[in-house]
Every structure is written in C-alpha cells, then in structure tokens.
Design a protein around this ligand. Structure first.
Ligand SMILES: [Zn+2]
Ligand SMILES: [Zn+2]
Length: 147
C-alpha cells in the first residue's frame, strides 16, 4: 500500500495495487501542466485508488485532442490524477504526490522531440519521438518488473 498527499496536505489518498506502467512525458502539454520540463505519469486501475481525507475538485480540459478530467486538490491545486472516457477503468496518477517516491522509475520517455534541450536522458531507457501505444508501455513495465 502506498499513500500520497498534496502540497498543502489537506488531501490524502491510498493506492493499493500494482502500477500498469510509469513513464515520463516531454510533450508541451505536460510541460505547461507541470510548470516544469516534463510530466511523470503512472497508469493505475482507478479502483485501486481511494481518497481518505480532503476534497478533490475535477475540471475537464482538452489535451492532445481528447477530453481529460483533471482531479486536483480543491485547496492548493496539486494535480493527483487524470482520467478520460476513452480509457475506462484506468487513470494517469501523478506519482510525485506519493509520500515515498523511491520505489518507481519511469520505463520510457515520451515526446522526446519536444524535450527541453538541457534534459539529459540515459541511453538505457527507451525513448519515443511521439506517443506510443499504451499497450507497449504496459509491456515494457511488465518486462522490467520480471527482469
Ligand atoms: Zn492541497
Ligand atoms: Zn505529455
């Protein structure tokens, strides 16, 4: 079981289960949304996540052409996860919100064609110019886990 929180600590959540995959995305939407050089996403089954404290707000935004629900702390605005009707049952959790961030590592870098020039990527982690199929990222994660 993993627990997480936002910057103001008013929301707490628990994740019970295993991630389906975890990747870093360097697309310009993720750069804007995170206010940083890239976004980290962990794909999880939404039934494995439970909010135990605090209020979460939801906004619908248009990102990369699909309608996405952004779930964030009503107090401080920290993003927790994104869901979309196109992907029922799963969501993209922002794993930087875990209390302990030492147990996961992204298995791929996406949209490296828009990565900021100073970001150094190790050559052992697969890189994609654009968006690969989600099934490919799930396979990579499973292979890494069993390696
Ligand atoms: Zn908060
Ligand atoms: Zn992205």
């Amino acid at each position: 079981m993993y627990s997480g929180s936002c910057e103001c600590k008013s929301v707490r959540y628990q994740f019970q289960g295993e991630p389906l995959t975890c990747y870093a995305c360097h697309c310009t939407d993720c750069q804007t949304s995170s206010g940083s050089a890239f976004g980290l996403s962990m794909i999880v089954n939404d039934k494995d996540v439970e909010v135990t404290e605090g209020d979460i707000s939801v906004n619908t935004i248009d990102t990369n052409g699909i309608k996405v629900q952004k779930h964030y702390c009503a107090q401080c605005g920290t993003s927790f996860w994104f869901s979309a009707d196109e992907y029922p049952g799963i969501m993209a959790l922002k794993p930087g919100t875990f209390d302990d961030t030492s147990w996961f590592k992204p298995i791929a870098h996406l949209w490296v064609r828009s990565a900021q020039s100073w970001v150094m990527l190790d050559k052992f982690t697969p890189q994609y110019e654009k968006q690969p199929e989600i099934s490919e990222l799930i396979d990579l994660w499973a292979k890494k886990k069993n390696a």
